[in-house]
Design a protein around this ligand. Structure first.
Ligand SMILES: *Cc1c(COP(=O)(O)O)cnc(C)c1O
Length: 459
């Protein structure tokens, strides 16, 4: 057989034209989202004030297996997709492993991450519905960047509430968002009631995702034609991200390959859910039996140490309640945490699959993550995002096991993005000043104690 190339880009006729909806093949579905006022299952209509109609429909659609990717979205996908499937020959050599390591690289666009896949879809449907504004929040900035790119393409004005600490620490991130025409407001701000209240009490407040969400949502509900959008966790976002897995599977088929294990980093679960989707379908249908490994930070361990419970998706407690692995919506990782993936919960779809034993999870300390990131960068020439480096770490662990057993397993992992805006964190790693923090059981209990009480369901 011919040597497998370093990078494989799918030919035009194999590029997916439909997304795959994993829920359609799950025998046991995630528990329904609940309306936070009535504790009744949320309906599609309940979601209309928050999401545009097409996305509310996708959010609730548990049965349509394949959903056409509209032409307008595929046109923009063409600007940066297909993304390459890369054979990590150099990493394999560095590790001296008999394993074959592949990664799907999603950092080949200006936003630098997979988030653009869903940002485009969300902006497209907003435009189609005639919405005139979108708001969102951003912490690290990747989501804000991706959405700004998508909104500029579809000519929709966007306001991004960026956590003030991150706004100040990452001036280039906000500059990129502004270059794409997005309006960036450091949160807390004086543009909303929520922001003004916090600033009145504490003028030096450096912000949080919770506050930024509250400001973005307040702006959305008080502005005509405006909606709020989210970049992870939701079913619709996993659906859009299935393009990652569909392309990966098609590319591996061309190489006559199939993964024994698929590894991904898990923040809110969107890239992992997208990457594993078509392989998980095979597992659910009994056609193949690959393993799936979610890798999360030890300082924000929602799958490995969280509770499977109903919780709010946001710190501001305005979203519907979702049944998921959660650390409690008030949970904040320690301030020394630099590796991203700081979300308190996990996609309800992935939570259910993990709960039912279809997926494994592991957590890792950030110094080990940056060790893996640095090793990878030096041999594979891509500077990985710290988030992505969790997956690199997981893949390396699998490859090392193969070295011990002599098995030539096929490993696929998701390389979600690049880390050019995380050089402060890289610097502290190289300077030896980065530390690890693992929350104690008592620390986590504080978050569990505040989980919402739902009569008859969760007392
Ligand atoms: C946002 C982000 C993640 C984590 O989000 P998921 O929804 O868990 O995929 C991972 N990698 C990068 C580069 C990101 O920007």
């Amino acid at each position: 057989m011919a040597k497998i190339p370093y990078r494989l880009y799918l030919p035009e006729d194999k590029i997916p034209t439909q997304w795959y909806n994993l829920r359609a093949d799950m025998k046991d579905l995630p528990d329904p989202m609940l309306n936070p006022q009535t504790f009744k299952p949320a309906t599609e209509e309940d979601l209309y004030p928050v999401f545009c109609k097409a996305l509310a429909h996708q959010e609730m659609d548990d049965t349509t297996r394949y959903i056409d990717i509209p032409e307008g979205i595929r046109e923009m996908y063409k600007l940066f997709r297909p993304s390459p499937l890369v054979r990590a020959y150099n990493l394999e050599k560095e590790l001296g492993t008999p394993a074959k390591i592949y990664y799907k690289f999603e950092g080949n666009n200006t936003s630098g991450s997979h988030k653009l896949n869903s940002a485009i879809a969300q902006a497209y449907y907003a435009k189609e519905q005639g919405l005139t504004n979108l708001t969102t929040e951003t912490g690290a900035g990747q989501w804000g960047t991706a959405l700004a790119e998508a909104c500029s393409y579809f000519h929709i004005p966007l306001t991004v509430y960026m956590v003030k600490a991150s706004y100040l620490q990452k001036p280039f991130r906000q500059a990129i968002i502004r270059t794409f025409g997005g309006k960036v407001i450091a949160s807390p701000s004086d543009t909303t009631e929520a922001g003004r209240k916090i600033l009145a009490a504490d003028p030096e407040n450096s912000g949080s995702l919770g506050t930024a969400i509250s400001e973005a949502v307040e702006t959305a509900v008080t502005t005509e034609g405006c909606r709020y959008v989210l970049g992870s966790v939701l079913n619709q976002v996993l659906l859009h991200q299935s393009v990652i897995g569909l392309e990966s599977k098609a590319a591996m088929e061309m190489l006559d390959e199939y993964p024994d294990v698929v590894v991904g980093c898990a923040g809110g679960g969107s890239n992992l859910g997208g990457l594993i989707a078509p392989f998980m379908q095979d597992k659910l249908l009994g056609k193949a039996n690959p393993r799936f490994v979610a890798v999360e930070p030890a300082s924000c361990p929602s799958l490995t140490r969280g509770k499977y419970a109903y919780d709010f998706c946001d710190t501001g407690k305005i979203t519907p309640l979702a049944k998921m692995y959660t650390l409690g919506c008030s949970f904040k990782p320690s301030p020394n945490h630099a590796g991203g993936l700081r979300y308190h919960g996990m996609s309800p779809i992935l939570s259910k699959l993990y709960h039912d034993g279809y997926m494994e999870a592991m957590s890792v300390e950030q110094t080990k993550v940056f060790e893996a990131a640095t090793m990878f960068a030096r041999v594979e020439t891509i500077l990985p995002a710290p988030e992505s480096a969790h997956a690199i770490y997981g893949a390396i662990e699998e490859a090392k096991k193969c070295k011990e057993t002599g098995e030539a397993k096929t490993i696929l992992f998701g390389l979600t993005g690049t880390g050019y805006f995380d050089m402060t964190a890289y610097t502290s790693f190289m300077d030896g000043t980065m530390s690890d923090y693992i929350p104690t059981d008592e620390d986590l209990q504080v978050g569990f104690d505040k989980l919402p009480k739902i009569p008859g369901i969760q007392e």
